[in-house]
Ligand binder design. Structure first.
Ligand SMILES: C[S@@+](CC[C@H](N)C(=O)[O-])C[C@H]1O[C@@H](n2cnc3c(N)ncnc32)[C@H](O)[C@@H]1O
Length: 246
């Protein structure tokens, strides 16, 4: 018999943000392949005797190449096992879940997707920042600051997007990001935030005008999300009244 693969989103880090469907999938799994960015507590939901493989980092510290992960998924599914592929956030948001689903589908393997709580909105929310707000931001643009081919983000289109910008994987290149966006016409006084380790007990939030963000956020640990726009300024009004979960 051929097994199947369940692509599962594990949420942004707080184990409380794992879904019930994620827990059910983990309890069913014969083998779990997970990334680095998952709540450790998720692995407590795996049944005794199941195999757990960390494909985020291997012995030497480097990430297992995507092709190798795809091969592992295929091999275990062909062995007739229920394979859970556990990823941080949502599997289809900057997580290569789509690539894995295509490789499996092309190989004739059944794939189920369990959506996860993506950091897109959950991480700003954990910091008291609503990504939309009536009269303040009626749209959100989500982009990666670190494209697969190392290309620069399209600063011009980001600068004129309006509303809120949520930028993934920007921590290591805040300088270039701020310079690029300001050079493309975004005001250096745009309210900006870096949310580090959102939803985790050691979450840290830095807010500053965009022009000062690189200096203010230097040294923050990852993972981190950059949020730009007037919604960031709402944090000061929201935080006093709201008891955030983290
Ligand atoms: C490879 S992407 C995976 C995104 C994930 N699939 C999702 O839906 O949230 C990793 C990036 O997501 C962001 N990220 C994920 N979890 C985060 C967290 N708890 N706090 C801040 N940023 C986070 C960071 O920008 C990090 O570099």
């Amino acid at each position: 018999v051929t097994g199947r693969v369940i692509l599962v989103g594990a949420g942004p880090g707080d184990p409380g943000l794992l879904t019930r469907r994620a827990a059910e999938a983990l309890a069913q799994a014969d083998v779990v392949l997970h990334d680095q960015l998952i709540p450790r507590e998720a692995l407590d939901l795996v049944r005794a005797g199941a195999e757990v493989i960390d494909v985020g980092k291997r012995g030497g510290g480097e990430q297992v190449p995507q092709g190798e992960t795809n091969e592992l998924l295929l091999r275990h599914a062909r062995d007739g096992r229920v394979v859970v592929r556990l990823k941080g956030g949502d599997p289809f948001v900057f997580g290569r879940g789509g690539e894995e689903a295509i490789a499996l589908a092309e190989a004739g393997i059944d794939v189920e997707v369990v959506p996860g709580v993506s950091s897109i909105a959950a991480v700003p929310a954990s910091a008291g920042i609503p990504v939309t707000h009536r009269g303040v931001a009626d749209r959100v643009t989500v982009a990666t600051a670190h494209a697969a081919d190392d290309a620069e983000p399209d600063y011009a289109s980001l600068a004129r997007a309006g509303g809120t910008l949520v930028l993934f994987m920007g921590l290591g290149r805040l300088d270039a990001l701020a310079r690029g966006l300001i050079g493309a016409g975004l005001s250096g006084s745009t309210p900006a935030a870096v949310v580090s380790r959102g939803s985790l007990p050691d979450q840290a939030v830095i807010t500053a005008p965009l022009a000062e963000l690189p200096e203010c956020a230097a040294g923050l640990p990852g993972p981190a999300l950059v949020v730009l726009g007037d919604v960031v300024a709402l944090r000061e009004r929201i935080l006093p009244g709201v008891l955030l979960a983290s």
